[in-house]
Design a protein around this ligand. Structure first.
Ligand code: EPU
Length: 337
């Protein structure tokens, strides 16, 4: 295992700020996972595993070791008449993996096309878009338990998946995911309920969509609505959509009839945070080198911000104004360090 000292993290995260890490390493095998975990213990330096850095904001120097996950490989472990079981290395690019499956005709993750990030990061915050969450296709996960220094296999139930969360997110850096096992469908049940998907298919005059059609529609929708992190610094949705009790929802809906919300259970509603932020007048607003994206208010963009702190401070202003107007405290979806 090789380490580099005092490295700039700019090329390794999508906000591309100037923050540095005291140590840096690259992981390409399960053996190197064990090595980096040991190194971190022996040297008493915290360890941070980084995928492609598309959901993280560094606000200061990382005093510890950042290890970039580059464990690769897509392997078919089993195939039946209806399903395939795949084992995928944590370092594989998420969209590359989605495209690979779409081309093979294996369905289940096509609605998650073009989400930035790696396969190993996908279960941590249970990525989701257009009516699909990654948890619906995950069979199990192999991870290294840095506390007990053993390998653990989590089946789907044991991952404790929820909206943008899992055991891996909640147990902060205890587990290092090496491989994710997916079950995908050979006769997939396509999810086209999301209005905007239907609109794109209709515009393209597609009546019986294939996996490729759905994936292309999602790519079009995302490209039109979300900034490309290669061109403009961002980490997708900066905040989570807040989930509130039904009584609070009804009160807000009375006061703000245009409020956008979806029931999540018999007792709770999920509010569209993008709408709340837009209603506070933030959409398209720029302060210094940071802004609220003009086409989707849930996304904070960097126009060349040098420090992550500048971006964090901007997000704090948004949280404050949503709190003042609606009495709702937005939670950040992006990991803040
Ligand atoms: N809306 C506004 N103003 C805005 C943004 C949204 O009024 O500036 C309204 C929209 O008109 C719509 C509703 O809010 O009625 C929901 O908007 P959208 O469909 O764009 O989805 P979202 O709830 O804002 C979530 C995910 C996205 C995912 C989309 C599509 C979270 C935190 N975000 O956004 O995920 O792509 O749904 O399924 O759940 C990400 O996590 O980085 C991400 C981009």
């Amino acid at each position: 295992m090789q380490t580099i000292n005092n490295i700039s993290l700019k090329p390794y995260h999508s906000f591309a700020c100037k923050e540095t890490a005291s140590h840096f390493s690259i992981i390409t095998s399960e053996h190197e996972i064990e090595e980096v975990a040991k190194w971190s213990k022996i040297n008493q330096q915290p360890l941070l595993i980084l995928g492609s850095g598309s959901n993280i904001l560094f606000t200061k120097k990382y005093e510890g070791i950042v290890a970039k996950m580059e464990l690769m490989g897509i392997k078919k472990l089993n195939e039946t008449a209806s399903e395939v079981l795949l084992e995928v290395g944590a370092g594989e690019n998420w969209h590359y993996f989605v495209s690979y499956c779409v081309q093979k005709g294996w369905g289940g993750i096509e609605n998650l096309s073009l989400i930035p990030g790696t396969v190993g990061a996908s279960p941590i915050q249970n990525i989701g878009a257009y009516g699909v969450e990654v948890k619906d296709t995950i069979k199990s996960i192999s991870a290294y338990d840095t506390f007990n220094e053993t390998w653990v296999n989590f089946n789907n139930n044991e991952c404790e998946f929820g909206y943008r969360t899992s055991i891996f997110k909640n147990s902060k850096n205890r587990y290092i995911i090496s491989k994710v096992h997916f079950i995908l469908q050979k006769q997939p049940n396509l999810k086209t309920d999301y209005g905007v998907i239907r609109e794109v298919l209709h515009d393209r005059n597609i009546k019986n969509p294939s996996l490729v059609d759905i994936s292309n529609a999602i790519i079009q929708i995302r490209t039109e609505k979300l900034p490309d992190p290669k061109k403009i610094g961002n980490a997708g949705s900066f905040f989570k959509n807040p989930i509130i009790p039904i009584a609070q929802f009804e009160q807000l809906k009375n006061e703000f009839p245009a409020l956008i919300a979806y029931p999540t259970s018999d007792t709770s509603y999920k509010l569209a945070a993008g709408w709340l932020i837009e209603a506070c007048g933030w959409k398209g607003i720029q302060k210094g080198n940071v802004g609220c994206y003009e086409k989707q208010a849930l996304v904070i963009v960097s126009y060349g911000a040098i420090s992550g702190k500048e971006i964090f401070d901007f997000s704090e202003l948004i949280i404050q104004s949503v709190k003042n107007k609606f009495g709702i405290t937005l939670e950040r979806e992006v990991n803040i360090l």
